[in-house]
Design a protein around this ligand. Structure first.
Ligand code: ZN
Length: 495
C-alpha cells in the first residue's frame, strides 16, 4: 500500500439494494472473509438471500456499499444498539490492501455521527484478523478490550486520523430504527446479529443429540432478527425443536409488547369460554393456569365456581385480584398434590425446558387431577407444508406421540386429544400459498413481508393457493385425520 494510493482514494457510500445480493454473497463467502468471521462455515445462497432481504427491511440495521471511483469495493454495516452501533466491514477480495477499509470506515463514521445521530461505534474483531483490526485502527478506532475478540470503539468527536474531529451530535429521542432490547455481548455470533445469543441443546424428551433439520426459517412474524433458525426433529423420539436456539435471556428480544396485547376478557371472551368447557366435566376445585398473563381466563373460571391460581414467567398487570406468582414453575414452591386441575394454553411451545414443567405438573396435581394442555401439532398439514410455527417464540413442536411420552415420564396418562381447532385455528388458507411459493424458491421475506412485490404469475398462484386452502382445509376433516393444527391434550394423574 503506498501513500499515493491512499491519498487518491475517494470512497463514497450508497445504501445496498436487492441487486447487490449476489455480489455481497460472493464477498461473504471469500475464503479469507470466512476465516475472519465468527462463524466460519460457508454460507449457502438461499440462506444468504433470506438474510439479505431481511437486512434491507430492518430498521435497526443499515448497510452500505463502499464505492471506490464508482466501482463496488466492499460493504459496511451498522447494527444499532441504543445510541451506539456495531460496525461490520467486508472488503471485496480484489480491493484488499488498497486502503479501502480505512476510507470506508471514515465515511461510515461521518454518516453515523452526523446523519444518524449515533454517539459511538463499536467493532468486534477476531484476534487473528489483523487486516480488519488495522483498518479500524487506521480509521481512528481505539482498542478498549484485548483478547479474542478484540473490541474497538470510536466515539463521536474523537480525533480523526487526519487530526480533525468527527463532527455530529447525539440525537435525543428515537433512533433511526428501534434499538434491540435486552442486548448483551454475544457468546456465539451467528449471522452477526448483535444481541442474539444462541445455545445448542440435546433433545429435551429423550436426551439424544441426533436430529435432522426439517426446515430453516427466520422470525416471519415480527422480523426482529434476520437469523434463520433450524427447526429440527429428534431422530430417536421425534420431538421437534429449534436448535440452536436463543438463550433464556436472549429470547426476550423476540417478545415485543405487541405480543402481549389483546388478552382481556372482552376481546378473548369466546376463546376463554371454549377453554373453560374443557373443565366442565370436573368437580369445581383448585385450578392453576400456567402462563396466565393478567388472569383473564382465570376470571372466567372463577365465575364458574373454581378457586383460581395463576403463574407466569413475565409480570403483567394483575387485573382481577387473582393470586398470581411470577417465575419458573419449579421455583414457585407450590406444595405437592395441591391442584385439581392445571391448564396451559399455548404455553408449552414457548418453554426452554418443557420436561421440567411436565414433571412439576405431575407433582403438584392431586391424584385423580387433570392437566389440560394446548399446543401446536407437528403432524398437521399446517406445520408440515407451511412450516407455520411461530419461530423462534415456539421452541418445541409436539405430536400426539411425543405428548404421550412426556406424560408417561411424569406419571400422567393421556385421556384424550382434541384436534377440533375450535379454540385457535391457524390460517389454513395460508398453507398452500406458502407451500407453493416455497416450492417455487421464493424467500420468506417475499412470502410474508412483501408479497406485493412478487411477480404477477406468482401472485396469481398465491391466490390459487389460498383458494385451495379454503376448499381443502376443513376443520372437521383435519380433526378426523388428527392433523389439526392445534391439539388440546387432557391428561389424568391416576388416583
Ligand atoms: Zn428425542
Amino acid at each position: 500500500m503506498t501513500r499515493g494510493h491512499e491519498r487518491d482514494l475517494r470512497v463514497s457510500l450508497r445504501e445496498v439494494t436487492l441487486e447487490d445480493s449476489e455480489r455481497i454473497w460472493r464477498w461473504r463467502n471469500d475464503a479469507e472473509t470466512r476465516r475472519g468471521s465468527f462463524d466460519e462455515r460457508e454460507i449457502p445462497f438461499d440462506e444468504h438471500r433470506e438474510w439479505f432481504e431481511a437486512t434491507i427491511q430492518r430498521r435497526d440495521r443499515r448497510m452500505y456499499v463502499a464505492l471506490a471511483g464508482g466501482a463496488e469495493a466492499g460493504v459496511v454495516r451498522l447494527d444499532f444498539e441504543e445510541s451506539r452501533a456495531i460496525v461490520s466491514i467486508n472488503i471485496a477480495p480484489e480491493w484488499r490492501g488498497k486502503g479501502i477499509g480505512k476510507a470506508a470506515l471514515g465515511a461510515l463514521a461521518e454518516r453515523a455521527f452526523a446523519e444518524l445521530g449515533l454517539g459511538q461505534l463499536v467493532a468486534r474483531v477476531k484476534a487473528d484478523n489483523l487486516g480488519s483490526r488495522k483498518a479500524f485502527e487506521h480509521a481512528g478506532f481505539q482498542v478498549v478490550r484485548g483478547g479474542d475478540p478484540v473490541m474497538l470503539t470510536l466515539a463521536i468527536n474523537a480525533p480523526r486520523a487526519d487530526g480533525r474531529a468527527h463532527r455530529g451530535q447525539v440525537v435525543e429521542g428515537p433512533l433511526p430504527g428501534p434499538p434491540m432490547k435486552g442486548t448483551e455481548s454475544p457468546q456465539v455470533e451467528v449471522g452477526s446479529s448483535a444481541g442474539l445469543v444462541l445455545e445448542r441443546v440435546p433433545c429435551n424428551l429423550c436426551g439424544s443429540d441426533e436430529s435432522r433439520v426439517m426446515y430453516r426459517k427466520p422470525d416471519t412474524r415480527y422480523w426482529i432478527s434476520p437469523h434463520v433458525f433450524d427447526a429440527v426433529r429428534c431422530r430417536r423420539c421425534g420431538l421437534g425443536f429449534v436448535n440452536p436456539r436463543p438463550t433464556r435471556t436472549s429470547i426476550r428480544i423476540f417478545y415485543p409488547d405487541s405480543f402481549y396485547e389483546r388478552r382481556d376478557v372482552v376481546s378473548e371472551g369466546r376463546r376463554y369460554d371454549l377453554q373453560a368447557q374443557f373443565l366442565d366435566g370436573y368437580p369445581r376445585g383448585r385450578v392453576l393456569d400456567i402462563g396466565c398473563a393478567g388472569g383473564a381466563f382465570l376470571k372466567v373460571l372463577q365465575e364458574r365456581g373454581w378457586q383460581t391460581f395463576g403463574m407466569d414467567l413475565v409480570e403483567s398487570k394483575n387485573e382481577y385480584g387473582i393470586p398470581i406468582r411470577y417465575g419458573e414453575l419449579r421455583e414457585l414452591g407450590y406444595p405437592s398434590e395441591n391442584f385439581d386441575v392445571v391448564t396451559a394454553w399455548a404455553v408449552f411451545e414457548h418453554l426452554h425446558d418443557p420436561r421440567a414443567y411436565f414433571l412439576e405438573v405431575g407433582r403438584i396435581l392431586k391424584p385423580g387431577g387433570h392437566f389440560v394442555c394446548l399446543v401446536t401439532n407437528l403432524n398437521s398439514i399446517w406445520s408440515r407444508l407451511a412450516y407455520a410455527e411461530d419461530i423462534p417464540r415456539h421452541l418445541y413442536f409436539y405430536s400426539p406421540r411425543t405428548l404421550r411420552r412426556y406424560a408417561a415420564l411424569t406419571g400422567l396418562r393421556v385421556e384424550r386429544i382434541d384436534y377440533s381447532g375450535r379454540i385457535f385455528s391457524p390460517d389454513s388458507t395460508d398453507v398452500f400459498r406458502v407451500w407453493l411459493l416455497r416450492r417455487l424458491g421464493f424467500g420468506w421475506g417475499e412470502i410474508y413481508r412483501s408479497s406485493d412485490r412478487l411477480p404477477i404469475a406468482a401472485r396469481l398462484l398465491a391466490r390459487g393457493g389460498r383458494l385451495l386452502g379454503v376448499v381443502l382445509m376443513r376443520r372437521q376433516i383435519e380433526s378426523l385425520l388428527r392433523i389439526g393444527g392445534i391439539m388440546v391434550a387432557v391428561m389424568e394423574k391416576p388416583g
